[in-house]
Design a protein around this ligand. Structure first.
Ligand code: PLP
Length: 384
């Protein structure tokens, strides 16, 4: 049986060898520390679990979810957008998702025809590429360089590329670089989007995991709404990756397009989870603050630990990740392999996020302090 050309167009899983080595090491009984996975180690807070329990026993939550999101969740998103960003949004500018990934991978199906271009940050979350390829689109990579504060250089993209562009992906706070975008940058990006008539899809699942000033929403930019969609998620902010809930907010036409694809693909997010998510956005500011402080403490510890070992580490501003340069003379895959072989520590090689990531590795801050300290101790022994 042959896979479709669409599926065959997807990039191969580049961590095959590294995964094999990790499995083998575990089989040999080596005590592996995995700093690769970006999945919160702490459980969903008790208060949210209680919201979920209360919502699951209600019979009205046992039937198909309604339309683009339940009334209670949509209203809570409207309130949250006002509270968090001082942005006013209407019901028809919101779509509830089965996690941000659901919206990210389906958006191109609504707007991209075969051969159309999608601008994708490099390094970037792999879902931007896979969604584009499944829709028959062509990825055009925008390098995120340290000298540009990991923002794409919008002026360097050729006019003939812009003319064929349907979507530009942005992701701030950024996975993996932890960079944050400015008002000026978003404003500039929207000018291009208006001039060449494309969508800016800004992916914001880390908007509440920040270490200094709260990051802004692209929806705060005046008169940008018609060209913009922003993706939010409860996954990382509330330790809820397993519950699969997020939402998109943006221009009505863009939301319509994505909703049409989804109406034909799935039947929505579990109603009980939507009800619990509504209460979470309303009543869990204290829980978010605790989670934010936990990652901040971990980020500072890991950053200082690597700095003391003379790594060129990027100062963390947000997210669950530390982004650091690999030592001179190594590719990111060579370095990650050496660290696994010699230190029994799993890091993510930057190449997994795109070609511009190859000078870097990513560490996930999803382990307790003693485990992180042990990992840093082990790195001390590495012959660079
Ligand atoms: C940048 C980025 N976008 C989207 C997602 C997916 O989030 P969700 O769990 O809401 O699908 C992730 C998950 O790691 C991510 O890092």
């Amino acid at each position: 049986m042959e896979f479709s050309d669409r599926v065959k167009s997807l990039p191969p899983y580049i961590f095959v060898e590294l995964s094999k080595k990790k499995k083998q090491a575990i089989k040999e009984g080596r005590k592996i520390i995995d700093l690769g996975i970006g999945d919160p180690d702490k459980p969903t807070p008790e208060k949210i679990l209680n919201f979920i329990k209360e919502a699951t026993v209600k019979p009205e939550n046992h039937q198909y979810p309604i339309g683009r999101g339940s009334k209670i969740f949509i209203n809570s998103i409207i309130e949250w957008m006002k509270k968090r960003f001082n942005v006013t949004v209407e019901e028809n500018e919101i779509l509830v998702l089965i996690g941000a990934k659901d919206g990210i991978t389906h958006l191109p199906l609504a707007f991209v025809n075969p051969g159309d271009i999608v601008l994708i940050p490099d390094p970037g979350y792999p879902g931007y590429v896979s969604g584009t390829l499944l829709a028959g689109g062509k990825p055009y990579f925008m390098p995120l360089l340290k000298e540009n504060n990991f923002l794409p250089d919008l002026k360097s993209i050729p006019e003939e590329i812009y003319k064929k562009t349907k979507i530009m992906w942005l992701n701030y706070p950024n996975n993996p670089t932890s960079a944050i975008a400015t008002y000026e940058f978003y404003n500039e990006a929207i000018k291009y989007a208006k001039k060449y008539n494309f969508i800016i899809a800004q992916d914001a699942p880390y908007c509440d995991i920040y270490f200094e000033k709260p990051p802004i929403s692209i929806l705060e930019i005046k008169d940008g709404r018609d060209n913009v969609i922003e993706f939010f998620s409860l996954s990382k902010t509330y330790n809820m990756t397993g519950w699969r809930v997020g939402y998109a907010v943006g221009g009505e036409k863009i939301i319509d397009g994505l909703a049409t694809v989804k109406e034909n693909m799935d039947s929505g997010t579990v109603s009980a989870i939507q009800e619990a998510a509504a209460n979470t956005l309303k009543y869990c500011d204290k829980e978010v603050e605790e989670i934010r402080q936990l990652y901040k403490k971990r980020a500072i510890m890991c950053y200082n630990g690597l700095k003391n070992l003379d790594y060129n580490v990027i100062e963390p501003k947000a997210t669950l990740y530390i982004w650091s340069e690999v030592p001179k003379g190594f590719s990111s895959m060579q370095f990650a392999t050496k660290v696994l072989d010699e230190c029994d520590v799993v890091l993510t090689p930057g190449i997994g996020f795109g070609p511009s990531g190859d000078k870097y590795f990513r560490i996930s801050l999803t382990v307790d302090d003693d485990i992180m300290n042990t990992a840093i101790e082990r790195l001390k022994k590495l012959k660079k």
